[in-house]
Design a protein around this ligand. Sequence first.
Ligand SMILES: CC(C)(COP(=O)(O)OP(=O)(O)OC[C@H]1O[C@@H](n2cnc3c(N)ncnc32)[C@H](O)[C@@H]1OP(=O)(O)O)[C@@H](O)C(=O)NCCC(=O)NCCS
Length: 229
Amino acid sequence: MDQPIHPSAIVDAGAVLGAGTRVWHFAHVCGGARIGAHCSLGQNVFVGNDVRIGNGVKVQNNVSIYDAVTLEDEVFCGPSMVFTNVYNPRAAVVKKHEYRRTLVRRGASIGANATVVCGVTIGEYAFVAAGAVVNRDVPDFALVAGVPARRIGWISRYGERLALPLDGDGEARCPHTGETYVLRGGACAPLAPGGAMAPGDNDQAADDAAQPAHAPEHERQRAAHPAQG
Ligand SMILES: CC(C)(COP(=O)(O)OP(=O)(O)OC[C@H]1O[C@@H](n2cnc3c(N)ncnc32)[C@H](O)[C@@H]1OP(=O)(O)O)[C@@H](O)C(=O)NCCC(=O)NCCS
């Protein structure tokens, strides 16, 4: 299909979609949404007004991304996974002023049918197994599964399990790429060339100093390259 927005989809006036972003059948993007380039929004996806989505994000069918959710670059949302934004909803009580923000950091994947209880941060390249219920923060490179989601291991940028202990210290290579990962004090990160702990792509002190906290990557890039979409 050459047309990036399917005729059955509704993209409200004001919504910003970056170059090459595709919107599939019956999706609805609200006018306040800010979506980066080269994303894919699957069939029946909903994107609220107060939603920020980075570049290269893949959202599979039947996912609703409600207000107060931010997805950084290259996040993967599996089919029918669920975000939330009110922690303790009641039909008869308006709680729009009580939304809890959810942040999914760069490269993280969320499996099919998982539920993300609002107010958490899912770390960079973390992996939420299918059907998990996430109700607390997930560290970078952690693999979590179950209800409630518990850390069952560590996972590489490529998406391969790492032979690391759950806690403590260790070192392992990604079986696919050979990239070395270090677990130190319960935090996992790729090893930078030269032996130091890699920034893990999360040591963005220089960027963050000039950006609002939790600015998604595409906003950082826009700030750095204002001419871009
Ligand atoms: C997590 C996942 C990647 C498997 O990773 P893995 O390293 O191969 O894990 P294993 O299959 O070896 O399982 C390790 C343990 O976790 C458990 N486990 C695996 N996936 C699980 C899940 N989704 N929920 C609960 N437990 C799970 C296994 O039962 C096993 O437990 P055990 O040690 O008690 O036997 C996979 O199960 C998964 O959930 N993938 C997401 C698929 C998806 O949603 N894709 C969307 C695009 S189609």
